[in-house]
Design a protein around this ligand. Structure first.
Ligand SMILES: Nc1ncnc2c1ncn2[C@@H]1O[C@H](COP(=O)(O)OP(=O)(O)OP(=O)(O)O)[C@@H](O)[C@H]1O
Length: 228
């Protein structure tokens, strides 16, 4: 599903954010990526969806060699991945429905199919009544649920999330985790960078700990492991 071999990433300022990372993530896994601030978690995630390009090494995502991928092909890769961010990144002038449909319409589907798929994921994240609302009319947790609906509407094999509960209060964060859990139960691979110690320690999954651009621990059912 995802395989990194000897991946190095040196930013133009000389910072080495990935220092020879090798890792394999299988289909259907749920993986937390943890580590102190500046450890290289976001870089690890950005390399997977080609927001950043590796300096060397190979990264295979869903049978695609992401490192060799030409820029024109990056949108194709992104359609196979759902990406969720800390700050939601919804389009402010579009409704909930339109934000999600936008992800589908980009790949030109029939209007009736678009409607069916969008309403299905909106219901899945519990926002059926808010389909016509705009992002600014929603709470942070609701906005994140829209972002998750948008990420899963194309039925991606992998959902990648960078600190998805970072802007949410603890109760809301748990609601969001329930949704990720459900998506994972449906067979979707989840890779989630997080600083949320309570969640990692309570909802035990595989933990990949990064520090100084290296994987320092990789443990199934592991704990958060350090004081944040
Ligand atoms: N675009 C960039 N240009 C230069 N250096 C960068 C860039 N992005 C990140 N870095 C550096 O790379 C290192 C790893 O950053 P990264 O964002 O991957 O860490 P992180 O573990 O996600 O941190 P945080 O938990 O604070 O989000 C840091 O030293 C950071 O300053």
């Amino acid at each position: 599903m995802i395989e990194m071999k000897d991946v190095y990433k040196k930013y133009p300022n000389g910072v080495i954010a990935s220092n020879g990372i090798s890792v394999k993530i299988n289909k259907g896994e749920f993986v937390y990526v943890v580590g102190p601030s500046g450890a290289g978690k976001s870089t690890f995630i950005k390399l997977m969806y080609r927001e950043e390009r590796a300096t060397s090494g190979s990264i295979i995502v869903n049978n695609t060699d992401v490192t060799a991928l030409r820029d024109q092909k990056v949108p194709l890769l992104r359609r196979q991945l759902g990406v969720v961010f800390q700050d939601f990144k919804l389009l402010p002038r579009l409704t909930v429905y339109e934000n999600i449909a936008f992800a589908l319409e980009v790949i030109e589907q029939q209007p009736t199919i678009v409607k069916e798929k969008v309403m299905h994921v909106i219901a899945k994240v519990g926002l059926a009544k808010k389909a016509q609302h705009f992002p600014h009319e929603l709470s942070g947790g609701e906005q994140q649920r829209v972002a998750i609906a948008r990420a899963i509407v194309n039925k991606p094999a992998v959902v990648i999330a960078d600190e998805p509960t970072g802007n949410l209060d603890p109760d809301t964060a748990w609601g969001i985790m329930d949704i990720f859990h459900e998506i994972n139960q449906d067979g979707t691979t989840i890779v989630m960078a997080t600083h949320n110690k309570d969640i990692v320690n309570s909802l035990r999954r595989r933990v990949i700990a990064i520090d100084g651009g290296e994987i320092v621990r990789d443990e199934y059912g592991g704990d958060y492991g350090y004081e944040s």
